[in-house]
Design a protein around this ligand. Structure first.
Ligand code: FAD
Length: 497
């Protein structure tokens, strides 16, 4: 398709959302340049290789692969020619303090059988819960995820209002779970889905029960060569379509002329553009790249009123041994899961006894580690960056605490790691300009933060758009990829000649 060649687009940031938009727009004939401050594309998703161990720093749980596929199909390509994404049969192992284990295999019946080992009552109610989770997914896909909700007309659509009421916006995920379940293991395992959107199960709306359907039934996927292979595939496709990606290029300012975006400035150079799409965190972009006089509807006070999502403390461990007790994804739960969210969101400190997520990439992809070795990605939830916790002083001690807990769960030999790298929320903030080092943009604690995210189109500056975790439809790799497609489609529609 051509006809938009006179539209010059600058995209700030080469995260998945930015790349997704770039591909669609370039295919439609727009001239697209992506400016990325980091040395490599990928945003929060980066590849780290050391001494034969390969890690994806950032996302590891890949769901909803059709949203990645859509990027290729929309421009007439086959995803399989670029990247291989395969369903994992034994995806996630949940290990509880009382010794119970629940493996998610994609079969609700098999999950219920394992729940029955510790709670027959919870197991009996699991099928009804799965039906509700599937219905919540259907509603959200139909009414919230697949649309930009730009205008008053769309926002006041009675079908949207009807669906809004059906997704129980004022009921928390935890309260919904309590209608079905009593046992702390089940409540922790299903409540943890709130963290996939950077929130607490006690505050996130019930709609996020849909993630139990997404992960438990639609499945978890692994990417051949690691999650970063999705970035490589997007970069290759973008290059084929003529997108220019410039790395090590931090944008310092978005320029505005007569209420319309005119380009961006970096390193003393002005890049003219008729459209600017910010893929960097929307709140950071407003605060640092748009002069206050150009954004009367987004004051610094308004930016501060949004609650950032939780962040994460990461350890990458390259160890010359294997771990038969791990699946590709394994979660070790603490005794009192609720304390984690009080620590993170109330005390703004890392959990004293965290749930620990371990991704054992080499289990599904032997090339991720030397023969007989393991590349473990260890993640615990952490608070967004505030003055009350300084990682620079605390990272090593906290890393030790997490490793000791894993050792107490039977993961011996972590001290033999040949590679041990920590990555803190402060580093995430420095590298990606994520607002307060948050992983998922703003948190989804409460209905306002979930359903009224910053819009994809600036209200103050014509031609300025947003894609990525903070903006609608939200964070997570498939959802930001979808967001990029939705914004690009809208621009193609608006500028069709
Ligand atoms: C530790 C961790 C674990 C995660 N786990 C998962 C998971 O298991 N599954 C999942 O689906 N998601 C996960 N996520 C979330 C997922 O990574 C993000 O939601 C997604 O990658 C964000 O994409 P984005 O399009 O919003 O852009 P981002 O990845 O935020 O990229 C934005 C880019 O913009 C650039 N930028 C910002 N400002 C400027 C500027 N001024 N000039 C130039 N460039 C700029 C940044 O450097 C960055 O590269 C995880 C994230 C982290 C950090």
């Amino acid at each position: 398709m051509t006809g938009n060649g006179n539209q010059t687009v600058v995209i700030i940031g080469a995260g998945l959302g930015g790349l997704s938009a770039a591909i669609r727009l370039a295919h439609a004939g727009f001239k697209v340049r992506v400016l990325e401050q980091q040395p490599a594309a990928g945003g929060k998703l980066q590849r780290i290789e050391e001494r034969g161990y390969r890690f994806d720093r950032g996302p590891s749980t890949i769901t909803l692969p059709h949203l990645f596929r859509q990027v290729f199909e929309a421009v007439g390509r086959n995803m399989e020619d670029y990247v291989t994404i395969e369903r994992l049969s034994q995806a996630t192992r949940n290990v509880f303090q009382d010794g119970a284990i629940v493996d998610l295999t994609g079969s609700p019946e098999a999950t219920a059988e394992q729940i029955a080992v510790y709670s027959k009552a919870d197991a009996a109610r699991f099928p009804a819960f799965c039906r509700e989770a599937a219905e919540l997914y259907r509603l959200s896909e139909e009414q919230f995820l697949g649309k930009l909700l730009l205008g008053v007309k769309e926002k006041l659509d009675p079908r949207l209002a009807w669906s809004f009421m059906r997704v129980k916006p004022l009921t928390s995920l935890h309260r919904l779970l309590r209608r079905y379940f009593r046992h702390p293991n089940t409540l922790a395992m299903l409540g943890r889905y709130a963290t996939y959107v950077g929130a607490s199960p006690y505050s996130a709306p019930a709609i996020f029960a849909m993630l139990a359907h997404v992960e438990g039934e639609r499945g978890i996927y692994s990417v051949k060569g690691g999650t970063y292979a999705i970035v490589e595939a997007f970069v290759r496709l973008a290059g084929e379509l003529g997108v220019r990606i410039e790395t090590n290029t931090p944008v310092e300012r978005i320029t505005v002329r007569n209420g319309r975006v005119s380009g961006v400035e970096c390193g003393g150079r002005h890049y003219e553009a008729s459209l600017v799409i910010a893929n960097g965190d929307a709140l950071s972009v407003y605060r640092h790249l748009v002069a206050p006089e150009h954004r009367p509807s987004v004051s610094d006070g308004r930016i501060d009123r949004y609650e950032p999502s939780l962040s994460g403390f990461v350890q990458l461990l390259g160890i010359p041994r294997t771990y038969s007790q791990l699946l590709h994804h394994t979660v070790f739960y603490p005794k009192h899961y609720a304390d984690e969210f009080a620590d993170i969101f109330r005390e703004k400190k890392p959990p004293a006894d965290p749930a620990i997520y371990v991704c054992h990439t080499a289990l599904s992809d032997r090339t991720a580690a030397p023969p007989g070795g393991s590349s473990l990605f260890v993640l615990v939830n952490a608070p967004y960056v505030t003055a009350s916790w300084r990682w620079e002083q605390e990272a090593e001690n906290y890393a030790m605490l997490v490793r000791r807990r894993l050792e107490s769960c039977g993961l011996d030999g972590l001290g033999q790691a040949e590679v041990a790298i920590t990555y803190t929320p402060e580093q995430l903030l420095r590298d990606t300009s994520a607002h307060r080092g948050a992983i998922y943009g703003i948190s989804s604690n409460g209905a306002r933060q979930t359903f009224f995210r910053p819009g994809n189109r600036s209200r103050d500056i014509k031609g300025l758009w947003f894609v990525g975790g903070t903006a609608h439809p939200g964070g997570g790799t498939p959802i930001v990829t979808l967001g990029g497609q939705l914004v690009a489609e809208e621009l193609v529609r608006q500028y069709r000649t």
